[in-house]
Design a protein around this ligand. Sequence first.
Ligand code: ADP
Ligand code: ASP
Ligand code: MG
Length: 296
Amino acid sequence: MKVLKFGGSSVGHPDRIRGIVDILKRYYAAGDHFTVVFSAFGGVTDQLIEMSQLAAQGNDRYGQLFEEFSDRHQSAITALLDGTGGYTETSQQLRRSHEVLKNLLYGIFLVREASPRTMDYVLSFGERSSAYIISQALQQAGIPTEFLDARRVVKTDKTFGNAKVNFEKTYQKIQEHFTQHPKVQVVTGFIASAKGGLTTTLGRGGSDYTASLLAAGLDATAIEIWTDVNGVLTADPRRVKKAFTIPTMTYAEAMEMSHFGAKVIYPPTLMPALQRRIPLYIKNTFAPEFGGYQGQ
Ligand code: ADP
Ligand code: ASP
Ligand code: MG
């Protein structure tokens, strides 16, 4: 079993999602067992924060941002799914879900407050929407998939915004779920749940962590973080033009790089991988043949 994760930078636009569908079709055709984690569409988490903040300030411009959010997902459905059954069902399902978000934002607007607990629930709509749409697109492409809301398996405390994982419970839930669900699981990154069914999040950039938790729970053979750069470079290539790929490094080195700002890996991700000695590869969605990797 491999765990693949595609970040917001890889799922910014339907064309890019088509590229991912092609990548996954190749995995499936090769007979690889895999599960795949998705982040929210690029920029969506920031937009959800912005609309909640506007609502909490009593600024009704939040409504316009909500419409843009909703339209963006509906357009993705139109672009990715053809007119057969899946299209209408997915579109309606998302409309129903986004209606809940709209009501939630109105609640924030009325009480003028977006607590960390409310924010985590608001933010969950990003990953829930992207992973659901992409699971349907993969299904149409002939891969038998099932959407998995990670709140069912990733269990945390109530530190909203940066929740601490209960590893024992989480690994147990993951094993139970995957034993009962043989189809390819398409999983929401970033989100989790605490006692009482409360929605929590793992911290900004936390979808990487979701992937390594699943990998550790499943004793996977590899974690592949698919993003928009050729692995871990000597510096952020957006800032340092001459930065170059470090072909291989130990877990400790990767941990150090991530703690010192290499955003390409969310720092807590390394620990579950290290504990189970699962190799972690950083791959480039825009250059699939490339493969840099961290420690074994
Ligand atoms: P994703 O949306 O796939 O999770 P992120 O934006 O979180 O992607 O992480 C990828 C980004 O990390 C790259 O676009 C790059 O600008 C940034 N980055 C910062 N430091 C490094 C580094 N040392 N090596 C590679 N990428 C880095
Ligand atoms: N969507 C979340 C964020 O923007 C999680 C992630 O992308 O990993 O922080
Ligand atoms: Mg990231």
